[in-house]
Ligand binder design. Structure first.
Ligand code: ZN
Length: 176
């Protein structure tokens, strides 16, 4: 069964922010949150949030500063007129691959079952290989009996980098 590959639009400036954060934390992991909106035919990222000052960075582990992130998510949500919300997370794999680890998959399933977040199909960006960072974005569709999805599924998204910020996005079919 072939499913259409979902698109994700990401302004270059936001990717730059992520790679700067990842390079500063190298060789340790870092990460944060992806904010934006679902355009129906894909997802538009409008902001990223960094790790926060109380985050813990390890060679193979990263624990964000949740207090900082929650207040930033709330601030952006308010300032965007309640349109730009939490989409999922991103983090670096400094010497690793751009694929989801089993822990990453568990995290995605956890986000989906965490009701206050209201993200049934969260996304996760992996910035891999510290020598020349490459971003891969995945979307998790956890097992859901009511949707007759008997196994969790993790789809790689088609990443479309855009110049300028999301407000200048001019992509056919993208609307809020
Ligand atoms: Zn990971």
């Amino acid at each position: 069964m072939n499913r259409p590959i979902e698109k994700i639009w990401l302004p270059e400036v936001l990717l730059d922010e992520m790679t700067v954060l990842a390079t500063c934390a190298h060789p340790n992991e870092t990460g944060g949150v992806l904010i934006g909106y679902d355009a129906g035919n894909g997802v538009v990222v409008t902001a990223i949030i960094g790790p926060g000052s109380k985050a813990i960075h390890g060679l193979r582990a990263f624990i964000p500063d949740y207090t900082y992130q929650d207040s930033e998510i709330e601030r952006i949500y308010r300032e965007s007129g309640r349109r730009h919300t939490y989409l999922g997370d991103w983090h670096s794999h400094p010497d690793g691959r751009a694929t989801l680890s089993s822990r990453d998959k568990r995290t995605l399933r956890g986000i989906a079952s965490h009701r206050p977040a209201r993200v049934p199909a969260p996304i996760m960006g992996i910035l891999a290989d510290g020598d020349c960072w490459r971003l891969a974005v995945w979307r998790g569709f956890p097992r859901d009996m009511r949707a007759r999805r008997f196994f969790s599924r993790y789809d790689r998204m088609a990443l479309i980098q855009t110049r300028g910020d999301w407000m200048t996005l001019d992509v056919a079919g993208v609307s809020e």
